[in-house]
Ligand binder design. Structure first.
Ligand SMILES: *Cc1c(COP(=O)(O)O)cnc(C)c1O
Length: 396
């Protein structure tokens, strides 16, 4: 059996997206900046895509900037809000300890430029409280950035309430919604969001394309300099096929959110319940406020990397989280942020499902994870010391 259960890393493209892109590549090859008819046809297609994306997010078309994806959108959002703050003498930024590295590393760069960064600690359930944000806001705070849904443990934050706190205090609120768009309902006006990042390849669109939404009045600073594309805020000839493919995938995903939830949540929960029967294991992240397709567990006494390589041999594409995949031996900063000890954080497994998942696949994953965990424990000296009582178990 072949199961792709790593949809938080990237998704397969939808037929609708492939079709829209192919048609665009064949027929609409002009440069939207050209004044002739071929160019203007491309410009009209670009305008249409922008209108459609805006209507799906609940904003105006001129509030949408097309980018190369989540990382670029995050970088541009943070550096723009920081520049606005700096002009007013406000150089304090609030974010959280479990953000994606696109946020954390941009904050590192801003810190070197003299900004003070407060990273809110994350409670064990993986949910940032609006009160924690309120308490951290100061007179010189220029930006709050809290991710909509975490890419490892899948927890969905109380974004509307956090946005309301920021609005009350007149602070710009950005959310990295890369894991959330197309999976949970979002309306930037109702949800009090000033800036939002999204990436197409997390909702069955193409890789290398995304959107930065910035509310009217928030001035963007360039990350990429050059021509006057995207109102002069993002230079470079627009990647029209990718943009058109993204919007087709976004429409399909946003229209299908309720149906996907109804299908995925029971299967996600059955998978979590099945895997929880493995002894000395723990579920990471709140059980209810979590992405419909996200399963994230730690198993004591094993290495996540060994687990996922053996699962790969059995046809299951899984992940141990994210940081370890880069070859670093540090456990995930997300798991450490919710208080998992290093040893436990090393034994992590993330299974992220899409609607192609079947009941048989869920059963197959439960059975195979059980077998592989039990095999890895048998050959682990550390585990055997625990079994013989020389060492204490950490998890029940
Ligand atoms: C994938 C991801 C990103 C990066 O998006 P890219 O389009 O791959 O650059 C940023 N934030 C989160 C939460 C993500 O899951």
């Amino acid at each position: 059996m072949k199961i792709y259960a790593d949809n938080a890393a990237t998704t397969a493209m939808s037929e609708a997206a492939i079709e829209a892109m192919t048609k665009c590549m064949r027929e609409i090859y002009g440069n939207p900046s050209s004044l002739h008819t071929v160019g203007q046809t491309a410009m009209e297609e670009l305008d249409r895509a922008r209108e459609e994306a805006a209507s799906l997010l609940g904003c105006r078309a001129d509030e949408i900037t097309f980018t190369s994806g989540g990382s670029e959108s995050d970088t541009q959002a943070l550096t723009s809000a920081a520049a606005i703050g700096e002009r007013k003498g406000k150089k304090h930024i609030i974010s959280t300890a479990f953000e994606h590295h696109a946020i954390l590393h941009t904050l590192d760069a801003l810190k070197k430029r003299g900004f003070e960064i407060t990273l809110l600690p994350v409670p064990e359930n993986g949910l940032i409280s609006p009160d924690a944000v309120r308490d951290a806001i100061r007179e010189d705070t220029c930006l709050v950035s809290v991710m909509f849904a975490n890419n490892e443990i899948g927890t969905i934050q109380p974004i509307r309430e956090i946005g309301a706190v920021c609005r009350e205090r007149g602070v710009i609120f950005h959310t990295d919604a890369v894991q959330a768009v197309g999976h949970v309902h979002i309306n930037v006006v109702d949800d009090n969001i000033d800036m939002l990042s999204l990436s197409a390849h997390k909702f069955h669109g193409p890789k290398g394309v995304g959107i930065l939404y910035a509310k009217k009045g928030i001035r963007l600073s360039n990350v990429i300099f050059g021509g006057a594309q995207e109102k002069g805020k993002r230079a470079g000839t627009e990647n029209l096929p990718a943009i058109v493919g993204m919007v087709a995938a976004m429409k399909e995903a946003c229209d299908g959110i309720d149906k996907a939830k109804d299908y995925l949540i029971p299967r996600r929960d059955r998978l979590i319940d099945g895997l929880s029967k493995i002894s000395h294991s723990i579920v990471n992240g709140d059980r209810d406020s979590r992405l419909p397709g996200n399963v994230h567990m730690c198993f004591e006494g094993i290495e996540g990397e060994s687990l996922l390589l053996l699962l790969d041999d059995r046809g299951i594409s899984a992940s141990s989280g994210s940081a370890c995949t880069s070859g670093s031996l540090d456990p995930s900063h997300v798991l450490l942020s919710i208080g998992r000890p290093h040893e436990i954080a090393h034994g992590s497994l993330r299974l992220t499902l899409d609607e192609s998942i079947t009941d048989e696949a869920v059963d197959y994953m439960i059975k195979n994870v059980e077998e592989v965990v039990s095999y890895l424990r048998k050959i682990s000296p550390l585990w055997n010391e625990k079994v013989s009582g020389e060492r204490e178990f950490i998890l029940n």
